[in-house]
Design a protein around this ligand. Structure first.
Ligand code: GCU
Length: 830
């Protein structure tokens, strides 16, 4: 009985919009009994805007989960009640709260027995703490935890817990994969900011207290008088949730916005400009959080135009904000993207440390250096940035990327919490005692007034916020880790699953396992051994593009050639990057004997036959990991299928089709990498897989009617480097005769789904239509390549030797109904 009730509740229609704040009605009889004794009344003794949001949220959550309407009363009632307030206020009423510290934005959840009544007290160190405590209490109820005898105190690890949005005023989002901006459209702030308010509520529910709303590649217009008036409306929508708005600013603004003849930070007119701009901002937005600055980076102007340092620029902005309580997050993502690739000493990874380490101590105390977690750029595997351990007198915030720019763009499942957690726990040995990154950020290693973590989120108007329903675990987990970096990825994944999909043990166990495995899976079928993600570096950063990173100035080189692969970053013979780490970290990376396999190619150049600690050669590892990764991606489908009927149909189907797509694209990745390294190294796969596809029939070798063979670029993104394309406006077809033994086969068609048309495909066996599909996905390219190569697997059917298989492709717009190959699968896993 209990089970059927549980199922019924957890099969509600879902759009994903509620994310982890679903407050699904609780039907589990045991839990209901447990919660029957919860108070029916609530009082807030704090009358701030944020505390009022907290009280409303409490009422909303209890109503939704327990079908009970809380009575909100103005003063402490003579009955059991939820009591909200600041610790300071509540101390005078409840002696139980006398001792015990709660600081920052922290909270204290405590069951207090007073004059014969039980009060469930939600006490905040400040008003935000009241809100965070309320969300924490509701989360415990949603997870069916016992809340009858509470005594939990929590304080966030760091004061800066921000998300950045890279939204442009025209409504597009740089590296956004979930639709258009929730903030902007057509050069203006949107008229309807309902989604912005909902976003702030989601952020607050996991303790995030700041949001930078515009692209780090900041449009100068952002600071115009007209623009600021509009932006103030966003801050208004954030305010009830304690989320403070920040803005990315262009360092050349004095010149571009107000026609000064300079933006030299040391020019008094420029300083006066920033001051008066800050005053203007605070008149409109009294709780404005501050500025984020990307300067002298990837084409953005910066202080170097006048021979000034980043400290000169940051301090001018910081002084303008100081009196108002604002901060400057100055990004350490500064590097020369016109490096000479022929120079073996040139190394982009060195840049942040080389530029900012000498400036340690030169920044004002309301400047925070925002440092990407790795030295390159959010790759699937990077070492921890040495700069995080290289500053003793400068505030630091670590930047991570929630939007999956280099990790599958929310089309592939990639739960990033284990990656961030590895970074947070990594001991940089900045002092003799352990100095994990999380302690450095929290100011526990070097005394610093500020510190934190910033996640580039890039949610969009898509109902699911991040498009892939399972990707929302990254936003949730980011907030949870920023609050408490000691939480384990397992705990975070479980919490998120319970809140998002319900408490059915099989659902929790399965989704948690899928999430925890997913980063490793993604890494396995993309970039090997720390060599970089091997994606199309100078394009959309999605499908494979192995040579795109070489022979250009961007510096994401892996230096793979006929003999070997990897960047020599040693002090002894390489770029010297490793010398930026403290000992013993430097020694660990410098020596081949102790360098971990998963970063080997980041640190060293080795031959393909070099033996890893695992005992495999580099080349065999490349083959094996890519085959294993693609297989593991297919296994995610099998795991997900066990949840049919246990999660709502909408999200079940949505996730299923995404996982099927991912498994197909993992094969594209696997083949591109394996074929490229097979050709480049000339060393065969000892298991005979790379370069051998006995079940595959190349389209260009089939009988063609209307289709013409074409070369694909880069060659490794199509099987055999070629495909066929239909250059007329009517159907073209490919056909072949089955030459396999009679049996059951699933027919997998590898085709190209370009974003400039919606081609149609029809599959016939012996002239009989057996399947049809439409190439209507929105993949990031109008070309036939590794971004658009897609697999469609038709249901298994019985085939006989000599049967004829024909595929008709009908082009549409620029989409020429391209086909790469057909594979006859005996397993039919998809
Ligand atoms: C990456 C990303 C850019 C972004 C940059 C940054 O390089 O591709 O779109 O502007 O990071 O963090 O500034």
């Amino acid at each position: 009985m209990a089970i059927s009730l549980l199922r019924a509740t957890e099969c509600l229609a879902e759009t994903g919009e509620a994310a982890w704040l679903r407050y699904a009605p609780i039907k589990d009889p045991h839990a209901l009994k447990q919660y029957a004794s919860l108070p029916q009344t609530a009082v807030s003794l704090d009358h701030s805007l944020i505390a009022s949001s907290a009280e409303k949220e409490l009422t909303r959550g209890i109503q939704s989960m327990l079908a009970r309407t809380l009575r909100e009363v103005p003063k402490l009632p003579n009955e059991n009640a939820f009591v909200l307030g600041t610790v300071t206020d509540l101390r005078s009423r409840f002696s139980e709260l006398q001792s015990g510290q709660v600081t920052g934005d922290g909270f204290w959840l405590k069951t207090v027995h007073h004059r014969g009544h039980a009060y469930t007290v939600i006490a905040g160190a400040d008003e935000s703490g009241i809100l965070y405590g309320t969300f924490a209490l509701l989360s415990r109820v949603a997870q069916l935890q016992d809340v009858s005898n509470l005594d939990d105190r929590e304080t966030p690890a760091e004061p800066i817990r921000w998300v950045d949005q890279w939204d442009n005023l025209n409504g597009s989002i740089e590296r956004g994969y979930a639709g258009r901006s929730i903030f902007f459209d057509n050069g203006h702030v949107r008229a309807d900011l309902t989604r912005v308010n909902e976003y702030a509520r989601l952020l607050a529910s996991v303790g995030i207290n700041g949001c930078n709303v515009n692209n780090v590649n900041a449009a100068p217009d952002v600071l115009s008088d007209a623009s600021l008036k509009e932006l103030a409306r966003i801050a208004d929508a954030f305010r009830p949730w304690g989320v403070r708005m920040a803005l990315s600013v262009n360092i050349a603004s004095p010149q571009t916005v107000d026609k000064l003849d300079t933006f030299d930070p040391l020019d008094p007119r420029v300083q006066a400009w920033w001051s008066s701009k800050a005053d203007e901002i605070y008149r409109l937005i009294p709780d404005f959080a501050g500025f984020t600055v990307k300067a002298d980076s990837e084409g953005q102007l910066g202080p170097s135009s006048y021979g000034r340092t980043p400290a000169d620029a940051a301090n001018v902005l910081a002084r303008a904000l100081k009196a108002h309580g604002g901060v400057v997050l100055y990004r350490a993502f500064v590097y020369n993207h016109h490096l000479d690739w022929r120079d073996p000493k040139a190394d982009r990874a060195r840049a942040a440390y080389d530029i900012f380490h000498p400036l340690d101590g030169k920044f004002d105390d309301n400047v925070v250096l925002q440092i990407k977690h790795g030295p390159i750029d959010f790759q699937a595997r990077e070492p921890v940035s040495p700069l995080l351990g290289g500053l003793e007198h400068t505030n630091e915030a670590m930047e991570v990327q929630i939007t999956q720019e280099y990790t599958g763009q929310q089309r592939h499942l990639c739960f990033l919490i284990p990656m961030w957690k590895e970074v947070l726990d990594f001991d940089l040995h900045a002092k003799p005692a352990p100095t994990p990154v999380k302690d450095i950020l929290a100011g526990k290693v070097f005394q610093r007034p500020l510190g934190g973590i910033v996640g580039v989120a890039n949610v969009g108007l898509d109902a699911n916020w991040l498009e892939h329903p399972l990707a929302m675990a990254n936003l949730y987990g980011f907030g949870r880790l920023a609050w408490d970096p000691d939480l384990s990825p397992q705990t975070i994944a479980e919490e998120w699953t319970r809140l998002t999909f319900g408490n059915d043990p099989l659902v929790v166990q399965t989704i948690t396992a899928m999430q925890l495995a997913s980063w490793h899976i993604y890494e396995s079928y993309t970039g090997p051994l720390g060599a970089g993600t091997m994606t199309d570096i100078i394009g959309v950063h999605y499908g494979p593009g192995i040579e795109s990173s070489e022979r250009n100035g961007w510096g994401q080189w892996h230096r793979a050639d006929h003999d070997g692969i990897g960047m020599d970053r040693t002090v002894a013979t390489g770029t010297g990057y490793i010398g930026q780490y403290h000992e013993p970290v430097a020694a660990m990376y410098e020596s081949l004997a102790s360098c971990p396999d998963n970063l080997l190619l980041f640190m060293h150049h080795v031959s393909y036959t070099y033996k890893l600690h695992s005992g495999k050669t580099v080349i065999q590892h490349i083959y094996d990991s890519h085959y294993e990764g693609a297989e593991a991606a297919a296994h995610l489908i099998t795991q997900w299928k066990t949840l049919q009927g246990r999660v709502d149909d909408e999200r079940y189907k949505d996730v299923l089709q995404r996982l099927i797509y991912q498994a197909g694209h993992a094969i594209v990745w696997r083949d591109a990498i394996c074929e490229w390294f097979l050709k480049t190294s000339g060393i065969p796969d000892e298991k005979g897989r790379a370069g051998h596809h006995p079940n595959r029939i190349e389209a260009e070798l089939m009988e063609l009617d209307g289709y013409t063979p074409v070369e694909i670029s880069p060659w490794e993104t199509a099987s055999g480097g070629k495909a066929v394309t239909c250059d007329r406006s009517t159907d073209c077809s490919v056909s072949f005769t089955v030459q396999r033994a009679d049996g059951e086969y699933a027919i997998a068609t590898q085709y190209f789904d370009q974003n400039d048309g919606t081609a149609q495909f029809h599959l016939y066996v012996n002239g009989k239509l057996v399947d049809a599909w439409v190439a209507d996905d929105d993949l990031p390219s109008p070309k036939m390549n590794g971004h658009t190569s897609t697999r469609h697997t038709s249901p298994a059917l019985t085939l006989k030797t000599g049967d004829t298989i024909r595929i008709d492709g009908l082009p549409s717009g620029g989409d020429k109904a391209g086909i790469d190959y057909v594979e006859l699968e005996t397993s039919g896993a998809n």
